[in-house]
Design a protein around this ligand. Sequence first.
Ligand code: 13P
Length: 251
Amino acid sequence: MKKRLVVANWKMYIQSPQEAKKFVSTLRRRSRLFSGVEVVIAPTHTLLSTVVLALKGSQIKPGAQDVSIFDSGAHTGYVSASSLKHIGVTHVIISHSERRAQGENDEMFRIELERAAQAGLTPILCIGETERHVDGAHFNVIEKQLSILSGLKSAIDKLVIAYEPVWAIGKTASEAMRPQELTETVIFIRKTLADYIDRKDALKIPILYGGSAEPSNVGDLLKEGQVNGFLVGHASAEFDSFIQILKACKK
Ligand code: 13P
């Protein structure tokens, strides 16, 4: 499997260009501490240019938190995949549960995946149940979310899956998913991917975990959870926590 991948989803935690620039420039200077780990920083859209500029020539990549279903034209307030590509963005988060909660749906996410692929961006597709059921009904939720990949050849090449159980988001490490449960779910995701796309491709897709990934739990989640990295929310906006997570991901 490829290098480990850690994506910082800054959400709306970091809002000023000064703070973003300082964070990213310091991270860049310390990149020896996490050499070999692929890192993506996803700030708000307004901070993308600042982050792209501060990362120019570095191994750390800029990512967007969302992309429009439209590619151009009369769509007030939207940001297209091609415009992200134009300014140097390389990755984009799609279908985050915080977007699902705003009414976006699987049909839209499928289009966003296609847009991202057409523009040459790496799509990070978020999936995850809102609650766990003793009878395993949460697996049906995951299966349905993954079904949008069926027949979607163009987006598979660079696809990354981020498994983020919604009930574990924005809590603390002690409330995050346990490594054992994560292993089971990752196996299920891989198997389901193989149902919808080519089996060989399915084996190559990195699967990240997100949901209160913090310095204290990432080691065990990596070791026992069989994930290829993390999509980190709150801990990615605190410099010291983020560095510790990156260090834990170094092989
Ligand atoms: P937290 O790490 O804050 O739980 O957020 C996870 C997440 O939603 C990342 O996309």
